[in-house]
Design a protein around this ligand. Structure first.
Ligand code: SF4
Length: 130
């Protein structure tokens, strides 16, 4: 059984890469659905890339900063780190066995798998990986 994260949703910021591939869009859908489920709050990766000060401050204050990347290029994680912020949780869609394509017919079971992986990561205390 997966333990639930004890952080408030507003303390958990979700940054999908939202890339131009099935995997990038799976990441996006995962962030949307976890936000709708009140697990966290989808936040603006582009705003971090633009170094918008309010968004940087909000992200710095979050307890969990979750990068959900479509593939190992890890654009979301790198964007956050380049802004001098710390990623506490990193999820990579292709690492879960989903192949990257440039089709946008997203499989519900693949979205569900990445949602479960993100929840599992959030259920772990900070600093515990694997
Ligand atoms: S992490 Fe991969 S899928 Fe996401 S934007 Fe970067 S290259 Fe595209």
């Amino acid at each position: 059984m997966v333990e639930e994260c004890t952080c408030e949703a507003s303390e958990v910021l979700l940054f999908p890469c939202s890339g131009g591939s099935n995997c990038g869009q799976i990441a996006n859908q995962v962030a949307v659905q976890l936000t709708e489920g009140n697990v966290g709050k989808m936040y603006c990766l582009a705003g971090i890339g633009a170094h918008e000060s309010v968004m940087l401050d909000t992200t710095r204050a979050a307890r969990r900063v979750v990068a959900i990347d479509g593939c190992t290029v890890a654009c979301a994680r790198k964007t956050i780190e380049h802004a001098g912020l710390t990623v506490t949780d990193w999820i990579c869609v292709t690492d879960e066995g989903i192949s990257k394509t440039h089709e946008f017919k997203l499989a519900l079971e693949e979205i569900g798998l990445i949602i479960r992986r993100t929840r599992e990561s959030l259920a772990k205390p900070l600093g515990v990986s694997g």
